[in-house]
Design a binder for this molecule. Sequence first.
Ligand SMILES: [Fe+2]
Length: 403
Amino acid sequence: MREDYMPQPIADVSPPRWHLGHTTWFFEALILREFIKGYREYHPQYAYLFNSYYQSLGERWERIKRGHLSRPTVDDVYAFRAAIDTRMEEIICTCPEENWLELEQLIIIGINHEQQHQELLITDLKYILCQNPLHPVYRNLPDDAWPDVMPSTNLDTWVEFPGGNYTVGYTGDGFFFDNERPVHTVYIMPFTLRKYLVSNREYVEFVRAGGYTDFRYWLDEGWSWLHREGRRHPLYWEHDDGAWYQMTLHGYRPLAPNAPVTHINYFEAAAFATWAGKRLATEFEWEAAAQQTHPHVTDGQFQDTGIYHPLSPSPSETAHRLCQQLGTVWEWTQSGYLPYPGYKPVEGALGEYNGKFMSSQMVLRGGSCATPRDHIRYTYRNFFHPDKQWQFTGIRLADTLSD
Ligand SMILES: [Fe+2]
């Protein structure tokens, strides 16, 4: 609905209209301005409104106030998009051979950037709709689209991986973000990962066992967060007449016991792992595991399925050594988001894309049901502050093996 394009309930959640304007501005600011001599911007103030965080590209409208504006209208922003698409087509068709490689690389970055915002569009729309007591539905799904099947094997099944030196970082010849390089070697102790993601049923046990009232499970900052926010259960859960329900983009539904728990922040994930007597994986353990289990993007639940909620494992996923490693939910790791050894941001505005966020955030791996399928790879590093819950984030338990 048009009305859904405008709200910004919290700073993290941008209005859908802003996502559309911002991804369009990205092509204008980073490509058209560079490639067309004397380029005149589509609108003199759109850069001010739609620049997100690029200091080198000028002043910006304050992030928390993106939802304060009723103009430009949604139609205005679609017109902006159409105009920029036309100019992009022109420069693609007229680009001299010697400039093509540079233009092509910038377009690929623009598309990957837009894919990131396509995911945010879904998670932000979820926050906008699911905070609403009217329980609006983004898209209705038939009941049989939600099979809640208990895996035939024990959830407490573990897969062991040998210790040793592993090469991590992107080594292929396709697109990658600069934070996936330099490729380097890490030593990893022998470790084990749980085959299955932590399910809602298990997380309910944690809640029932007093998980949110016992400081022993929580990191100090997490314990402060829990009290500050008054949290007793994950985001979007509601307890009603003895049963748990959750808001989804497909309506208000009973909590599916066998589906992976989601909208868990790092503090909650770490607390659950501590309660379970385990830990979270490091980002390198996750990547080293993927190198050996070879999950394929065609098997995972991604955005293109049109089901914007993590489903319980399908029989084909259960056949994999690690179930639901790609797609479904982003897996929190216990690795801080830091530069790889020798990392240097590129010159110019694109140097602000990843590098300047390398403090106080944790790495997540694997993609989610809201991630475009062809956006993810084994080396892909997502990152969020440890208190963030609004992404489709979940838990895979890990443990260290003795030699
Ligand atoms: Fe962006």
